[in-house]
Design a protein around this ligand. Structure first.
Ligand code: GLN
Length: 483
């Protein structure tokens, strides 16, 4: 039963082959048995899950239907869940039980999804390896000595190991697409403003976006349908109709114009990944697509710009964790300053502290123009590059990451080496564009992802292309040994 996709689960529940309660029990037992190897969950919510599963079964018995009604999922542990610990992977929030549900959590619960638990993540979503979590590193099910990617590494590892069919993630600079690539999943970062950020603990507010992680594009369509939509509680949410993503999966790719940026194939890219990317292009050509080389001339500036903007916003967002209002407070503070210093010094891990320092520095008087303002200008140039490219092509295709997964600990002493892994993903966040990563082959037994980018609000196009590709390839069906 654990092999079923969301789409298959929906059919099985509709045909009364099994109940949501039965399925939920099977998956909870599987998590108990296998997750100790992976560490993909921070909290399990067994009681809530069984209660939601029974309620979904009752709704089905009353004639209700829906692709998510009774479907087991999990949430990255930065989506607020009422009465349940919402830790953001940090000691700072280890004792924080959210007083309300994030919009995404509330919407999925209303659609009948069953929450099995909260997944592990890099602390405050800062990282590309899921090693900065207060709750310990997550292991990649394809090789337990390797990282699963981050920051949504718990969601990715759990879905890849067939502990559950799909999970939510968030993507500020690649945190859905990069772990999807490293664990052989399909992951989608929607257009900025497509999915509500209300109740999603902020890292860098102008870049953060929630989205689905699943094995197939078909399942990403189902989960995104439950997440997307205007939310008056989020001032950056956009009031744009949500199309029927599942209905759009089978559009023809005849004449689809694919742009492949020449800058993507630089020295930093593993040549074996480059070959797999070109193989995916050949596959799409067979389906009728036409391919064109394009240029994104400002791409080389993306990492420096991102690693100024994201820490700057983080330093501001994380100022609320001060030992007074939320979360961790140090023992026996001598005075107010000591309370602030030690609560933050003890509550935040080293990567979070590094980002706060960098961000505060970049925003400080005298350096603002040199760093933050300049980074914002680069951000506009990157957006302009994309706008020009989308005048010529319908979709941009390239690698999701320059390398496959790396060994746990391999980049711990060199944060910049880890930042460089984000080179292909962060531009979509800087521009606010939707992006998807899909399985496209293996290098040394480790999965490789191909990234597709589309114009604003064209999530449906990304899902359509990925679905067609998946109907003609079997990379996404490969299962890690032992799971
Ligand atoms: N790796 C990037 C960072 O550390 C992106 C993380 C994310 O998307 N949340 O900032």
């Amino acid at each position: 039963m654990h092999q079923l996709t969301l789409a298959e689960i929906a059919r099985g529940l509709a045909d009364k082959k099994f109940s949501s309660e039965e399925l939920t029990k099977v998956l909870l037992a599987r998590i108990a048995q296998l997750d100790p190897q992976l560490n993909s969950f921070i909290s399990l919510t067994e009681d809530l899950a069984l209660q939601q599963a029974k309620a979904a079964d009752a709704r089905r018995a009353n004639g209700e239907s829906g692709a998510l009604l009774g479907a087991p999922i999990a949430h990255k542990d930065l989506f607020c869940t009422q009465g349940i610990r919402t830790s953001c992977g940090s000691k700072m929030l280890d004792n924080f039980k959210a007083p309300y549900n994030a919009t995404v959590v509330a919407k999925l619960a209303a659609a009948g999804a069953v929450t099995l638990g909260k997944t592990n993540m890099d602390e405050f979503a800062m990282g590309s390896a899921n090693e900065s979590s207060y709750y310990g590193a997550v292991k990649n099910p394809w090789n337990l000595e390797y990282v699963p990617g981050g920051s949504s590494g718990g969601s990715a590892a759990a879905v890849a190991a067939r502990l559950l069919p799909a999970a939510t993630g968030t993507d500020t600079g690649g945190s859905i697409r990069q772990p999807a690539a490293l664990t052989n999943l399909t992951g989608l970062k929607p257009t900025y403003g497509r999915v509500s950020r209300w109740g999603m603990i902020a890292y860098a507010s102008s870049l953060d976006q929630g989205g689905p992680l699943a094995r197939t594009a078909e399942d990403c369509a189902i989960l995104l349908q439950g997440m997307a939509g205007f939310d008056p509680q989020d001032s950056t949410s956009i009031d744009e109709p949500v199309p029927d993503y599942s209905a759009g999966l089978n559009g023809s790719l005849q004449g689809l114009r694919i742009g492949v940026p020449k800058e993507y194939f630089s020295a930093g890219l593993d040549p074996r990944i480059a070959d797999l990317v070109m193989a995916s292009v050949e596959e799409l050509k067979k389906l009728g697509a036409v391919v064109k080389e394009i240029s994104l001339p400002n791409m080389q500036h993306a990492i420096p710009a991102y690693y100024v903007i994201a820490p700057a916003e983080a330093s501001s967002n994380l100022s609320r964790f001060d030992g007074v209002r939320f979360g961790y407070r140090c023992a026996d503070p001598k005075n107010l300053e000591d309370l602030y210093k030690r609560s933050r010094g003890e509550g935040f891990g080293p990567e979070v502290q590094r980002r706060i320092m960098v961000g505060a520095y970049a925003l400080s008087a005298g350096y603002y123009d040199a760093y933050y303002l300049k980074a914002q200008k680069i951000r506009r140039l990157i957006k302009n590059d994309f706008m020009a490219a989308f005048n010529e092509v319908d979709i941009i295709l390239g690698p999701t990451t320059p390398n496959p997964a790396w060994k746990l600990g391999a980049k711990n002493s060199d944060p910049v080496a880890e930042y460089l892994e984000d080179v292909y993903t962060i531009t979509a966040n800087l521009a606010g564009l939707p992006g998807l990563s899909m399985p496209a082959g293996f290098v040394d037994g480790l999965p490789v992802g191909v990234q597709l980018l589309a114009p604003y609000f064209q999530e449906g196009r990304l899902l359509n292309v990925a679905h067609k590709y998946q109907q003609n390839t079997d990379w996404h069906t490969r299962t890690p040994t032992g799971f």
